[in-house]
Design a protein around this ligand. Sequence first.
Ligand SMILES: NC(=O)c1ccc[n+]([C@@H]2O[C@H](COP(=O)([O-])OP(=O)(O)OC[C@H]3O[C@@H](n4cnc5c(N)ncnc54)[C@H](OP(=O)(O)O)[C@@H]3O)[C@@H](O)[C@H]2O)c1
Length: 262
Amino acid sequence: MSQKLAGKRLAVLGTGKLGGILLRAYLKQGLFDAARVTATVKHAEKAAALAKELGVAVATENRKAVHGADIVLLGVKPQVVGEVLKEIAPELTEKTLVISVAASVPTTYIEQHIGDKVPVIRAMPNTPCAVGCGMTGICRGSHAAAQHLEIARTMFDAVGRTVVVDEKNMDAVTGLSASGPAFAYIILESLAEAGVKVGLARDVSTLLAAQTMKGAASVVLETGDHPSSRNEHEKGIHDCEVADCVWSLLVRCRWGRCCRLH
Ligand SMILES: NC(=O)c1ccc[n+]([C@@H]2O[C@H](COP(=O)([O-])OP(=O)(O)OC[C@H]3O[C@@H](n4cnc5c(N)ncnc54)[C@H](OP(=O)(O)O)[C@@H]3O)[C@@H](O)[C@H]2O)c1
């Protein structure tokens, strides 16, 4: 267990898709001790199923779950954040660290609901955290200090990589890396479908496409090169039947769908 988190009590409020991904990873890695973790959801039957699966205390009462917690990870939908904060505010002190992953909810909003001096960190992870390949942007509220940022970094580094940004850039992080997997899947699907169109079995084509995207991303991460400069190396192979297929699927069909989303 990381020294920074040893012995800390964690409460995860809203253990849905993202909260569940994070909590599963923390328990699997032993980042937090299961006996010191509490979690909540909205529905009692989901609480019972999660408690059985994860081996931690899961309930529907947020205030009770937060009692005595050192770190509160807020994983509810943005529209529920206000009511949950109102519920838990009496339990929070300047010793409790509140980490919110709610999209578009500023730290000032959270601070206004929980009173003076409670440190707040805002984080924006993405779903590849489920396989240890996440990307998370974090920023701190006005009462959070360097040690709070370090705790948050430790929690999100455990499921991928973390970058600290100014809060004014958090919506950009949301648009790029939190929504980014959806765009990457469109490109991946186009590559894989192009392979199928020119005769590859779908599983082979999907493997070729996925590993290629992973490889290209790894090259950019490891070399630090700009993607366009790496593209220079690949020029010769653009003119083939499958490349034409990729362009037509990507540009005509998928890109159109993507643009219509906005
Ligand atoms: N999904 C992503 O890719 C992603 C990425 C970055 C940030 N986020 C942020 O993460 C947050 C959660 O998103 P999600 O996709 O994980 O949503 P989700 O799967 O719908 O999870 C929300 C969870 O909150 C629970 N909940 C609802 N009301 C509650 C209450 N009053 N008290 C306690 N728990 C309550 C729900 O319980 P039930 O299961 O019983 O309904 C559910 O488990 C959002 O704020 C979102 O902006 C998501």
